[in-house]
Design a protein around this ligand. Structure first.
Ligand code: NA7
Length: 515
């Protein structure tokens, strides 16, 4: 939506093609109970219009999916965006013509649309991962995926429910479903670390204060590693050297405050194994102190690096396992054997189930991009170009694909940041690049192979300085069988912005232009 607005401001004619029937992207599809943003509302919002950020009133510290969807609707209406958004428009191919330098986009109904530029805004977590299980076609109940939730909702009353998956979506949905259903069985392959949200209605004085200084607040956030939480600076100590008392003091303070900045209590949580281990031990103890059944508590204690998979922010997750109508089935060592017409079998035991909720995540970062069927110069397919992983330059462009841009693509900080801030940065960078082409009378720009190779080395080099590559996360593509194992996002927002700005100021070093 911001790309469209920005194109209009630059005097370009643009059309948005959207497979959904409404705006909102991730907030349009993920309507499962408990769906909520893990970035505070006053930060997870557009900042391109001061009028917009002054007039919109968020009700809670962390906004729910319906509230964010209402916000997206409001933005679309306020800036009259819908007249250039074509809903229910599934893109099946995007092909570059080398002789005319024109892109042709094909829709599922066969319609062809020509353009000079294509900008992908398909999102990082938008291609649902729907694993198949033996016998699932014989299952007599209902199977729903959190990322493709039915618009009319799901009635759990009186039902035996299974949730498969304990990432952010499962962890948000589980406490709500547990309160409504007859019995909930949680099938957990890997335990996640989650910290409480301590969500609450927003204090009007706090909101007034932020709104009075919104640009300073935004600017401070942009200077942090994750473009998030500038008012809560990262600690200056190493967790590896502080006393047990100091460790407990810092982590308790962060835990009681709640949210993703928990790991920012120390300056080396994600780069120092000892530090990470001490923080993880502290959280494991916390889990044991909340969950009353010892066996369940042990199963809920993760043994991986904390923060390696995206930290989750919850409301009453661990407490939910103290309910009589909730049970945990650990499928880490003994996977689901099969579905039957009436349930799910693990280790020879059938768990009776009426509704299965797949909270099994997404083919992250590249899934939706590759589904676009992009064919670049010389007939090169994006899927072929990326057979060994998503090689690109600045996370914005790909060698062999002139005038094709990605918003929050792999190779950029994207999912490691407040993504609204990353989106804004990319939209503005892309708009200026197009304006540069027009003002210099050139037709196309394309990343050179050497600039791209160097960028790939840079992204890998930064990731290797951290503990991120140590577990089977979706950042690495490890959740999708057969996907190349490459750390896709680039940690560190300010350094990234500096590099992207530097490229721009050098008249686009690393790009080749043609007329
Ligand atoms: P995630 O974080 O990818 O979580 C998916 C969960 O589903 C995770 O626990 C997976 O276990 C589990 N999973 C995936 N496939 C299977 C199969 N085949 N069998 C059993 N369990 C499986 O997705 P979410 O939707 O929760 O969150 C995605 C992001 O959205 C989140 O980080 C926020 O940024 C918003 P695994 O860990 O792979 O062993």
């Amino acid at each position: 939506m911001y790309m469209l607005h920005s194109c209009r401001n630059a005097g370009l004619s643009a059309v948005v093609l959207e497979r959904g029937s409404g705006v909102g992207g991730t907030w349009y599809w993920n309507r499962y109970p408990g769906a909520r943003c893990d970035v505070p509302s006053l930060e997870y919002s557009y900042q391109f219009s001061d009028d917009l950020q002054q007039e919109w009133e968020w009700s809670e510290k962390y906004a729910t999916q319906p509230e964010i969807l209402r916000y997206a609707e409001h933005v679309a209406d306020r800036f009259d965006l819908k007249r250039d958004i074509r809903f229910d428009s599934l893109v099946t191919a995007i092909t570059f013509d080398d002789s005319t330098n024109v892109w042709t986009t094909t829709l599922a109904d066969g319609e062809l649309i020509e353009s000079d530029f294509v900008v992908s805004a398909v999102g990082c977590l938008s291609s649902a991962n729907r694993p198949r299980f033996a016998g699932d076609e014989e299952f007599g109940g209902r199977i729903v995926h959190t990322g493709e939730w039915p618009h009319e909702g799901v009635d759990f009353r009186g039902k035996n429910v299974a949730v498969i998956g304990t990432g952010s979506s499962g962890i948000q949905a589980i406490p709500i479903i547990a309160k409504e259903c007859s019995h909930l069985t949680v099938f957990q392959r890997t335990a996640s670390y989650t910290v409480p949200a301590h969500n609450a209605p927003l204090d009007p004085d706090y909101v007034r204060n932020i709104k009075a200084n919104y640009s300073t607040f935004r600017a401070k956030n942009m200077l942090t590693r994750a473009a998030l939480g500038g008012d809560t600076p990262t600690g200056t100590q190493s967790a590896s050297t502080v006393s047990d008392e100091e460790l407990d003091r810092v982590l308790s303070e962060r835990w009681n405050k709640g949210g993703l900045l928990f790991l920012g209590g120390f300056n080396d949580s994600m780069i120092n194994e000892t530090s990470n281990q001490r923080i993880a031990d502290w959280v494991r103890d916390k889990i044991a102190s909340i969950v009353t059944d010892e066996r369940t508590a042990r199963a809920l204690q993760p043994d991986t690096v904390i923060g390696c998979k995206r930290l989750v922010v919850d409301s009453g997750y661990y407490e939910t396992f103290n309910r009589d109508n909730v049970s945990l089935v650990d499928i880490g060592d003994k996977p689901i054997e099969r579905f039957t017409p009436t349930g799910i079998v693990v280790d020879g035991e059938e768990h009776m189930v009426d509704i299965v909720v797949l909270a099994t995540g997404f083919d992250a970062m590249t899934g939706s991009l590759l589904k676009l069927g992009v064919i670049g110069r010389d007939g090169l397919g994006l899927a072929d170009a990326w057979s060994a992983g998503p090689a690109n330059y600045l996370g914005l462009t790909v060698h062999g694909f002139p005038n094709f841009f990605m918003i929050t693509g792999p190779g950029s900080p994207s999912v490691l940041t407040n993504v609204l801030v990353s989106i804004q940065h990319h939209v503005e960078w892309i708009t200026r690049a197009i304006e540069h082409l027009r003002s210099t009378g050139q037709r196309t720009m394309e990343a050179t192979e050497s600039a791209q190779d160097e960028w790939v080395r840079h992204v890998n080099g930064v990731a290797d300085l951290t503990l991120f590559p140590t577990c089977n996360s979706w950042y690495l593509g490890a959740n999708i069988p057969g996907k190349p194992r490459i750390f896709m996002p680039l940690p560190g927002f300010p350094d990234y912005v500096a590099r992207a700005t530097d490229v721009e100021r050098s008249s686009y070093r690393g790009f080749a232009f043609s007329n």
